[in-house]
Ligand binder design. Structure first.
Ligand code: SF4
Length: 321
């Protein structure tokens, strides 16, 4: 609910819009919200597991489904990794979230509430949990607007990153939004054939169009777009792949994150060797393309997206167990 809609509902005396987002609701605000059919604090914490720098949360939703969020400690603060859908339609071969298919979209409120639950120390938000955010465009954009509303959470948009496989039609819309967010594209391939194998649900998205639209977004917003490339031995780690990456991104407003595979039960992909990552990094670096090598975070608590949800609930409602 926007601040304007809140005003129109004539809230109880002394209740400010930002009170709706506080971790502890005042009893009179809770009664007022219920009376107006507002589902504040609709998420119920089902599980919390700690490991290394990450803490993973499983939240139950009103209809019995569940989503997960991860809180990641950095040197200069905390990142909230939030989900945008229950399940995912894209079935990426390297991701647990897509294994059970898409159940439903999260509402804007359900997305915002994950951030509220992860606490006031959060100073970065990444849409990198369960679901493809651009496949739930209106609710994700609605959530970003709620998060940045100065009368609400007042979250700085420069601290929000939308991570997507890059749905071309949605990227075209996103280019025209003035949000000040960061954009990350899960590319993972340099040819259509390999991308279709790795992201079967996006087989109708032309890889060239995905890259062009993302770079167009970067030009329009005068910032760099990050392309993530999960290096998989024998799949996308050839010399020709490295050369194609250079051709795609030399002199473009782009940076590359090379990722090491974080093993997931039942997904048979091999982890790449350090020397291949070094080779790719060297080639990109020499071409003047900003590049970093990253490990998928929090493997000690299955912190790759969707693993807790899939492992513990099999993608079903918590109440169906
Ligand atoms: S990586 Fe993203 S788009 Fe692919 S299945 Fe997982 S959640 Fe969906």
């Amino acid at each position: 609910m926007s601040a304007a809609a809140f005003d129109a509902l004539r809230p109880p005396p002394g209740c400010a819009y930002r009170d709706l987002f506080s971790a502890r609701l005042r009893p009179d605000v809770a009664r007022w919200a219920t009376g107006h059919g507002l589902a504040l604090h609709a998420l119920k914490q089902l599980q919390r597991s700690r490991g290394g720098r990450s803490e993973k949360f499983l939240f139950g939703l009103g209809d019995g489904y569940a989503v997960e969020s991860v809180l990641i400690r950095r040197r200069d603060g905390f990142t909230a990794c939030v989900s945008s859908q229950v399940g995912c339609a894209f079935s990426c071969r390297f991701c647990a979230s897509g294994q059970a298919g898409l159940k439903r979209n999260l509402t804007a409120a359900e997305i915002v509430e994950q951030v509220v639950h992860l606490g006031p120390r959060v100073n970065r938000i990444v849409f990198m949990g369960i679901g493809e955010p651009l496949n739930n465009y209106d609710n994700v954009l609605g959530a970003i607007r709620l998060l940045r509303d100065r009368r609400g959470l007042g979250f700085p948009t420069t601290g929000i990153t939308l991570s997507t496989i890059g749905i071309p039609k949605a990227l075209r819309r996103l280019r025209e939004e003035h949000l000040g967010i960061n954009l990350t594209i899960s590319l993972h391939a340099t040819t259509q054939a390999v991308r279709d194998r790795l992201i079967p649900g996006a087989a109708r998205h032309d890889i060239g169009e995905v890259v062009t639209r993302a770079l167009s977004w970067a030009d329009r917003h005068r910032r760099k777009v990050t392309f993530v490339y999960l290096v998989l031995p024998g799949v996308n780690d050839s010399v020709a792949d490295a050369q194609r990456l250079v051709s795609m991104f030399a002199d473009k407003p782009a940076r590359i994150n090379l990722m090491r595979w974080n093993p997931v039960d039942a997904i048979k992909l091999r982890r790449t060797e350090d020397r291949m990552l070094s080779f790719f990094r060297h080639r990109l670096d020499r071409a003047g393309i900003p590049v970093v090598v990253r490990d998928t975070q929090g493997s000690d608590i299955d912190a790759a997206c969707g693993q807790l949800w899939l492992r513990d609930l099999g993608g079903n409602r918590a109440s169906d167990r």
